[in-house]
Design a binder for this molecule. Structure first.
Ligand code: SF4
Length: 201
Protein backbone atom coordinates (compact mmCIF):
# COMPACT_ATOMS: atom_id res chain seq x y z
CA UNK A 1 0.00 0.00 0.00
CA UNK A 2 1.62 3.27 -1.10
CA UNK A 3 1.04 6.05 1.43
CA UNK A 4 3.98 8.28 0.47
CA UNK A 5 5.56 8.91 -2.92
CA UNK A 6 8.02 11.40 -4.31
CA UNK A 7 7.42 14.07 -6.94
CA UNK A 8 10.48 16.17 -7.68
CA UNK A 9 11.52 17.57 -4.28
CA UNK A 10 8.20 16.92 -2.55
CA UNK A 11 7.06 14.06 -0.36
CA UNK A 12 3.46 13.38 -1.39
CA UNK A 13 0.85 11.82 0.89
CA UNK A 14 -1.87 9.46 -0.33
CA UNK A 15 -4.54 9.08 2.38
CA UNK A 16 -7.69 8.29 0.46
CA UNK A 17 -9.12 7.30 -2.91
CA UNK A 18 -12.43 9.04 -2.19
CA UNK A 19 -13.33 12.15 -4.17
CA UNK A 20 -16.34 14.36 -4.81
CA UNK A 21 -15.43 14.90 -8.46
CA UNK A 22 -14.83 12.76 -11.53
CA UNK A 23 -12.60 15.10 -13.49
CA UNK A 24 -11.90 14.39 -17.17
CA UNK A 25 -8.20 15.11 -16.59
CA UNK A 26 -7.80 13.04 -13.42
CA UNK A 27 -4.55 11.08 -13.40
CA UNK A 28 -6.46 8.16 -11.93
CA UNK A 29 -7.94 7.57 -15.38
CA UNK A 30 -4.58 6.96 -16.97
CA UNK A 31 -2.97 4.35 -14.78
CA UNK A 32 -2.39 3.21 -11.25
CA UNK A 33 0.28 5.62 -10.10
CA UNK A 34 1.72 9.09 -10.59
CA UNK A 35 5.18 10.25 -11.56
CA UNK A 36 6.57 6.71 -11.48
CA UNK A 37 5.08 5.78 -8.11
CA UNK A 38 3.75 2.34 -7.26
CA UNK A 39 -0.02 1.94 -7.43
CA UNK A 40 -1.81 4.66 -5.48
CA UNK A 41 -5.01 2.64 -5.25
CA UNK A 42 -5.32 1.86 -1.56
CA UNK A 43 -6.53 -1.57 -0.47
CA UNK A 44 -7.94 0.28 2.55
CA UNK A 45 -7.52 3.78 3.96
CA UNK A 46 -4.49 3.85 6.26
CA UNK A 47 -5.14 5.06 9.80
CA UNK A 48 -3.81 8.48 10.69
CA UNK A 49 -1.12 6.77 12.78
CA UNK A 50 -0.06 4.68 9.77
CA UNK A 51 0.15 7.83 7.65
CA UNK A 52 2.32 9.50 10.26
CA UNK A 53 4.57 6.42 10.56
CA UNK A 54 4.97 6.34 6.77
CA UNK A 55 5.99 10.00 6.73
CA UNK A 56 8.59 9.50 9.47
CA UNK A 57 9.95 6.41 7.68
CA UNK A 58 10.35 8.42 4.48
CA UNK A 59 12.77 10.83 6.20
CA UNK A 60 10.75 13.95 5.41
CA UNK A 61 13.54 16.42 6.13
CA UNK A 62 15.14 15.21 2.87
CA UNK A 63 12.36 17.02 0.98
CA UNK A 64 11.41 20.63 0.36
CA UNK A 65 7.79 20.12 1.32
CA UNK A 66 5.13 17.64 2.34
CA UNK A 67 2.17 17.61 -0.05
CA UNK A 68 -1.23 16.15 0.76
CA UNK A 69 -2.46 15.04 -2.65
CA UNK A 70 -2.64 11.41 -3.78
CA UNK A 71 -5.30 9.45 -5.62
CA UNK A 72 -8.30 11.19 -4.08
CA UNK A 73 -9.43 14.33 -2.30
CA UNK A 74 -7.44 14.68 0.97
CA UNK A 75 -10.14 16.73 2.72
CA UNK A 76 -12.43 13.69 2.60
CA UNK A 77 -10.32 12.81 5.68
CA UNK A 78 -10.14 16.29 7.15
CA UNK A 79 -9.79 15.33 10.83
CA UNK A 80 -7.08 12.78 10.13
CA UNK A 81 -5.19 15.06 7.74
CA UNK A 82 -5.18 17.94 10.24
CA UNK A 83 -3.99 15.56 12.96
CA UNK A 84 -1.09 14.49 10.72
CA UNK A 85 -0.30 18.16 10.02
CA UNK A 86 -0.12 18.75 13.76
CA UNK A 87 2.36 15.88 14.11
CA UNK A 88 4.50 17.30 11.31
CA UNK A 89 4.44 20.81 12.81
CA UNK A 90 5.40 19.49 16.24
CA UNK A 91 8.18 17.20 15.04
CA UNK A 92 9.57 18.98 11.99
CA UNK A 93 8.67 22.66 12.49
CA UNK A 94 10.80 23.85 9.57
CA UNK A 95 9.01 21.63 7.02
CA UNK A 96 6.65 23.30 4.56
CA UNK A 97 3.22 21.70 4.14
CA UNK A 98 1.01 22.05 1.07
CA UNK A 99 -2.49 20.79 0.36
CA UNK A 100 -3.66 20.12 -3.18
CA UNK A 101 -7.45 20.12 -3.02
CA UNK A 102 -10.59 20.46 -5.08
CA UNK A 103 -11.81 22.99 -2.51
CA UNK A 104 -14.92 21.04 -1.51
CA UNK A 105 -14.11 20.71 2.19
CA UNK A 106 -16.93 22.96 3.38
CA UNK A 107 -19.36 21.27 0.99
CA UNK A 108 -18.35 17.86 2.31
CA UNK A 109 -18.92 18.80 5.95
CA UNK A 110 -21.91 21.05 5.42
CA UNK A 111 -20.32 24.01 7.19
CA UNK A 112 -17.49 26.50 6.76
CA UNK A 113 -14.40 24.59 7.89
CA UNK A 114 -11.83 27.12 6.64
CA UNK A 115 -10.73 28.27 10.11
CA UNK A 116 -9.65 24.72 10.92
CA UNK A 117 -6.82 25.13 8.42
CA UNK A 118 -5.13 27.81 10.56
CA UNK A 119 -1.50 26.99 11.22
CA UNK A 120 -1.67 23.68 9.35
CA UNK A 121 -0.53 24.60 5.84
CA UNK A 122 1.95 26.93 4.20
CA UNK A 123 0.18 26.59 0.86
CA UNK A 124 -3.28 25.49 -0.23
CA UNK A 125 -3.57 24.92 -3.97
CA UNK A 126 -7.18 24.73 -5.13
CA UNK A 127 -8.28 23.33 -8.49
CA UNK A 128 -10.24 26.14 -10.12
CA UNK A 129 -10.48 24.24 -13.39
CA UNK A 130 -12.94 26.59 -15.11
CA UNK A 131 -14.33 30.13 -14.92
CA UNK A 132 -18.00 29.26 -14.34
CA UNK A 133 -20.22 26.69 -12.66
CA UNK A 134 -21.41 25.29 -15.98
CA UNK A 135 -17.93 24.91 -17.46
CA UNK A 136 -16.66 23.44 -14.19
CA UNK A 137 -19.41 20.85 -14.14
CA UNK A 138 -18.76 19.90 -17.76
CA UNK A 139 -15.14 19.01 -16.89
CA UNK A 140 -15.38 17.88 -13.26
CA UNK A 141 -18.73 16.06 -13.03
CA UNK A 142 -19.03 16.78 -9.32
CA UNK A 143 -21.47 15.02 -7.03
CA UNK A 144 -22.52 18.56 -6.01
CA UNK A 145 -23.47 19.49 -9.58
CA UNK A 146 -23.54 23.21 -10.31
CA UNK A 147 -23.10 24.03 -6.60
CA UNK A 148 -19.57 22.59 -6.70
CA UNK A 149 -18.01 25.64 -8.33
CA UNK A 150 -19.44 28.19 -5.90
CA UNK A 151 -18.58 25.92 -2.98
CA UNK A 152 -14.98 25.68 -4.18
CA UNK A 153 -14.69 29.41 -4.83
CA UNK A 154 -16.23 30.34 -1.47
CA UNK A 155 -13.82 28.01 0.28
CA UNK A 156 -10.87 29.68 -1.44
CA UNK A 157 -11.97 33.09 -0.18
CA UNK A 158 -12.73 31.76 3.31
CA UNK A 159 -9.41 29.96 3.77
CA UNK A 160 -7.24 32.88 2.65
CA UNK A 161 -6.97 34.48 6.12
CA UNK A 162 -5.75 31.18 7.57
CA UNK A 163 -3.06 30.13 5.07
CA UNK A 164 -0.02 32.17 3.98
CA UNK A 165 -0.32 31.15 0.32
CA UNK A 166 -3.54 30.20 -1.46
CA UNK A 167 -3.41 29.56 -5.19
CA UNK A 168 -5.74 28.36 -7.90
CA UNK A 169 -4.78 25.90 -10.62
CA UNK A 170 -6.13 25.07 -14.06
CA UNK A 171 -5.12 22.49 -16.66
CA UNK A 172 -4.12 24.30 -19.83
CA UNK A 173 -5.32 21.64 -22.28
CA UNK A 174 -8.85 21.67 -20.85
CA UNK A 175 -9.51 25.39 -21.30
CA UNK A 176 -9.98 27.65 -24.29
CA UNK A 177 -7.91 30.82 -24.42
CA UNK A 178 -11.05 32.80 -23.57
CA UNK A 179 -11.80 30.62 -20.56
CA UNK A 180 -8.20 30.93 -19.43
CA UNK A 181 -8.44 34.72 -19.53
CA UNK A 182 -11.69 34.56 -17.56
CA UNK A 183 -9.94 32.40 -14.95
CA UNK A 184 -7.17 35.00 -14.71
CA UNK A 185 -9.74 37.75 -14.15
CA UNK A 186 -11.51 35.68 -11.52
CA UNK A 187 -8.25 35.14 -9.66
CA UNK A 188 -7.52 38.86 -9.77
CA UNK A 189 -10.89 39.62 -8.16
CA UNK A 190 -9.88 37.68 -5.04
CA UNK A 191 -6.14 38.34 -5.18
CA UNK A 192 -5.14 34.71 -5.69
CA UNK A 193 -2.31 33.56 -7.97
CA UNK A 194 -3.27 31.33 -10.90
CA UNK A 195 -1.07 28.33 -11.65
CA UNK A 196 -1.48 26.95 -15.16
CA UNK A 197 -0.40 23.34 -15.25
CA UNK A 198 -0.02 20.84 -18.04
CA UNK A 199 -2.20 17.78 -18.50
CA UNK A 200 -0.50 14.63 -17.18
CA UNK A 201 -1.32 11.73 -19.47
S1 SF4 B 1 -10.66 16.39 -7.84
FE1 SF4 B 1 -8.61 15.53 -8.16
S2 SF4 B 1 -8.74 13.37 -7.44
FE2 SF4 B 1 -10.84 14.15 -7.70
S3 SF4 B 1 -11.42 13.49 -9.76
FE3 SF4 B 1 -10.63 15.59 -9.92
S4 SF4 B 1 -8.43 15.38 -10.39
FE4 SF4 B 1 -9.17 13.36 -9.64
Amino acid sequence: MTITYVVENGLYINMTNRCTNRCDFCIRKNGDGAYGSDSLWLEREPSKEEVWEAIVAAEPTSYCEIVFCGYGEPTCRLDDMLWVCGQIRATYPALKIRLNTNGHASLIYGEDVASRFAGCFDTVSISLNAPSAEEYDAICHSKYGLAAFDGMFSFAKAVKPYVPCVMFSVVRQFLSQTALEECRRLCDTVGVTLKIREYIS
